[in-house]
Design a protein around this ligand. Structure first.
Ligand code: ARG
Length: 391
């Protein structure tokens, strides 16, 4: 019997194999139409530009220490951990349609790569500096593809990333204007091309929830629907209107076990979209206030304080959390989870926390229906596609 290596249907089943990012050769994210990085401190941001070029060696080393700490913890739980290849993120990118001065890093595989059951899918990505971010993972993907005959490998269509793909004035809009328009769900990317980052998807067995955001548009969600539904998945778009700069769902809506989602009290799900969960007996647990305010987050970190809820489940009972988030530890403990705290704040300026910095390859388990009362027919299977899941 040949070995099944790629098999992960949700965010919580018992973890067996995972990829953890590396901080080597990371660069600051450049300013581009899809991203406008700024210093955390609002006063400093008015005077000093966001840095350019490579991250300092000692900063990279500290992040790597914490990433290695995560590896050690996972291995102590019997999980196989793989790492991406080194990549020269200092190389500028020039395609026929755009140019960008440097790339970013391989700390957050979650943003680029996703496992849907026995399929590995490479996202289109939404930013120029991340166009080639699949490269550090390709060697691993080939290895899985060569060793696991059931593994399906796909790469979503690459967008042009031409100026026309972006709405550059988005960055100039005032907060008032964003607030007024929060139900338009229009951000820095336009709707003409297929665009999504993998981290806007959250896997719940048969059901996949995809957030409309600055990094995923409606065409991107349509593409995922047509790609996944003939294989039996159901794809749902979800929205969090009070997040005025949404990007990646894993600091907003985080499933921890069948029937349990950790929710963000400042970013409630759009009215009406909660119904599916309630009808199917899902419980929302509100995350407590994070330890840091947004102003106290690391100077170069572009994510919000809600990285606090970016936890990694290693089973439906065990969750890895950032060490300083004591209120979250207590809450999870109260709900019957075992909490494994580890330091991770030095990773924050590389794009995320524990969930972002990982990409699960295999979790023990099969594809289940956690929304049995859902009355929804997925797009029909085409004649030449697999209509049933291989378990
Ligand atoms: N945009 C999110 C926030 O600031 C951060 C998401 C990080 N997630 C990730 N997969 N890189 O709340």
């Amino acid at each position: 019997m040949q070995m099944r290596i790629v098999n992960a249907w949700n965010e919580w089943d018992e973890l067996e194999e995972i990829v953890v990012g590396i901080a080597d050769d990371a660069y600051f994210e450049p300013t581009e139409p899809g991203s406008c990085p700024a210093l955390r401190d609002k006063h400093a941001a008015k005077i000093f530009p966001f840095p350019k070029g490579p991250k300092k060696q000692e900063v990279t080393e500290k992040a790597n220490e914490e990433l290695n700490g995560l590896v050690a913890l996972l291995e102590s739980h019997g999980v196989t951990v793989r790492r991406p290849e080194k990549h020269n993120f200092g190389t500028p990118v020039k395609t026929p349609l755009f140019e960008v001065e440097n790339q970013y890093c391989a700390v957050c595989p979650r943003d680029v790569m996703i496992t849907f059951g026995n399929e590995i899918l490479e996202a289109t990505m939404s930013r120029r500096a991340r166009f080639f971010e699949y490269l550090p993972y390709r060697k691993l993907v080939y290895e899985y593809w060569n060793q696991d005959p059931y593994m399906i490998w796909n790469a979503a269509p690459k967008p042009t990333m031409h100026d026309l793909m972006y709405r550059e004035e988005f960055w100039e809009w005032s907060l008032e204007k964003r607030f007024e328009r929060m139900h338009d769900f229009e951000f820095c990317i336009t709707q003409d091309e297929v665009i999504f980052d993998a981290a806007d998807c959250s896997r719940f067995g048969h059901d996949i929830f995809v957030q409309e955001s600055m990094t995923t548009n409606r065409a991107g969600i349509r593409w995922l629907k047509r790609h996944l539904e003939p294989r039996g998945f159901r794809v749902h778009d979800v929205h969090f209107p009070l997040d005025l700069f949404p990007s990646h769902i894993d600091c907003t809506f985080v499933p921890l076990a069948p029937g349990v989602v950790l929710t963000n009290p400042e970013r409630p799900i759009k009215a009406g979209e909660e119904k599916l969960f309630i009808d199917n007996d899902w419980q929302f647990i509100e995350a407590p206030h994070p330890t840091s305010t947004d102003d106290e987050m690391p100077m170069f970190c572009q994510s919000s304080k809600w990285l606090a809820m970016n936890v990694l489940s290693i089973s439906p009972k065990k969750v890895i959390c950032e060490e300083q988030e004591h209120s979250l530890h207590e809450l999870l403990d109260k709900h019957g989870f075992d909490v494994y705290p580890i330091p991770f704040r030095n990773v924050f300026e590389f794009g995320g926390s524990l969930h972002c910095a990982t990409w699960d390859i295999r979790r023990r388990g099969t594809c289940k229906d956690y929304f049995p009362k859902l009355n929804y027919t997925p797009l029909a299977a085409t004649t030449n596609s697999v209509s049933r899941f291989i378990m």
